[in-house]
Design a protein around this ligand. Structure first.
Ligand code: LLP
Length: 416
């Protein structure tokens, strides 16, 4: 059941119409469905009984209220910075439920993570391993660690979001994995608990995950022969969603395929780090048409949201469905849906056919993941508010920025 349904010709989120939301909070505005997030989360939770576990990838949408909703569901959290650790704790998540996957963790971040007592570090390099060991020893703590290895499989996704090929910057090359684990086993203040990988994002097939799992299990076997037993294997995030006509595997099927392969490994628990699959289809970006314009051979539908609000179309040529919030009998226009930012690449959709007039509200769909999280103040545009809908209630979970927010921290210099 989708929480985004048309009722009486108007698109609703749960029980509230997007017209009502625009009236209350103005546009542009991110709108999320609490029930959709919970439903998506529970699909993972049900398919992954303990000791297996899912950790929500905070980077996809790190609003405190969203983290709170997930913490109330008992979620674990996959974080990539000290800032994300702080957010999880602020939202009521527990430190021991955090895995820290940052790509180049600083001294300060490692110290902070150890101080608050996070569950484990996913370690990205041999040098980082040495650093974590030294800091943990100094703090008289033990850091539980997994090594992020690079399984060198092709995730068959957009090159910017494929992370498991050997020429990517992520993880430790498979060929160096055993040696690095041996080093980890002899370093002080470390406890080796697992192995970790993440091959990419928006995957629409199960096979690349199974290929990666195969390589990870080969590593697990070899490590056991070297007297380094592992307790869990973390296959990262990456399950795709439907933006347009993609048909990713159902959560239950993808997890069942992984667990089936793990049957011969009863002592190994499976960790997953879903981000997009939890929040992407639980959110829309609500925007209003400012002007219709034609340059003689091309039409433009000019809206009040731009690439600073939703970067994915500009950065990855990502497709997001765009619909008129109210069924309209205006003439159908085929053109680009563009924002107010001074860049040719500022579009939300290209060559879309929409029955639309100036003043109409449009919903840019599947915008809950990597939407607000990647927004910026480019062109001195205050970032939009975020609103969470639960049934017939709406909650402003992030206020629209003011110009004071935009220039916070900036100062003028003495004259002359
Ligand atoms: N774990 C690790 C270590 C990751 O690097 C990522 C995403 C995830 C989990 C979550 O992946 P997901 O389940 O969301 O696919 N900005 C891009 C996506 C970048 C993903 C980066 N890593 C986009 O808008 O498509």
């Amino acid at each position: 059941m989708s929480e985004f349904q048309e009722k009486n010709g108007v698109l609703h989120v749960e029980d509230i119409s997007l017209e009502k939301i625009a009236e209350t909070y103005q546009t542009p505005c991110y709108v999320y469905s609490k029930h959709a997030i919970i439903r998506n989360w529970q699909a993972f939770q049900h398919a992954l009984p303990a000791p297996h576990r899912a950790f929500y990838a905070v980077k996809a949408n790190s609003n405190l209220a969203i983290l709170q909703v997930l913490a109330e569901q008992g979620a674990g959290f996959d974080v990539v910075s000290g800032g994300e650790i702080a957010r999880v704790l602020r939202a009521g998540g527990k430190a021991q439920d955090i895995v820290f996957s940052g790509v180049a963790k600083s001294d300060a971040e490692i110290r902070y993570a150890l101080d608050v007592g996070i569950g484990q570090f996913n370690v990205e390099s041999a040098a980082e391993l040495e650093r974590i060991s030294a800091i943990a020893a100094e703090l008289k703590k033990t850091a539980r660690i997994s090594l992020r290895v690079n399984p060198d499989v092709d995730a068959k996704t957009h090159p910017y979001i494929a992370t498991g090929l050997e020429d990517n910057k992520f993880g430790i090359p498979m060929a160096e994995a055993i040696g690095t684990y041996q080093r980890a086993a002899e370093l002080p203040a470390l406890e080796v608990v697992g192995a970790d990988c993440h091959i990419g994002s928006q995957l629409t097939e199960t096979q690349p995950f199974l290929d990666a799992l195969e390589r990870m299990l080969r590593l697990v076997d070899e490590l056991a022969e070297h007297g380094i037993p592992l307790r869990h294997i973390d296959m990262g995030g990456g399950l795709g969603v439907t933006y347009q006509d993609e048909q990713p595997p159902a959560v239950a099927d993808y997890i069942a395929a992984l667990l089936a392969r793990l049957q011969d490994y009863p002592h190994l628990s499976l960790y997953l780090e879903p981000g997009r699959a939890i929040v992407a289809n639980a959110g829309v970006l609500l925007t209003r048409v400012e002007y219709l314009k034609s340059n003689g051979f091309k039409h433009f539908i000019m809206v009040d949201a731009g690439m600073n609000d939703l970067l994915r179309p500009s950065l990855y040529q990502a497709h997001h469905d765009i619909v008129n919030v109210r069924a309209s009998d205006a003439p159908v226009i085929t053109g680009d849906v563009v924002g107010p930012v001074c860049e040719t690449g500022d579009f939300l959709g290209q060559q879309r056919s929409l029955a639309v007039a100036a003043g109409d509200l449009l919903a840019v769909k599947s915008a809950g993941a990597y939407g607000f999280a990647m927004s910026s103040n480019y062109n001195s545009r205050p970032r939009p508010p975020e609103v969470l809908i639960a049934g017939d209630q709406s909650y402003l979970i992030r206020a629209r920025e003011t110009m004071d927010d935009v220039w916070r921290g900036e100062t003028l210099v003495p004259k002359g």
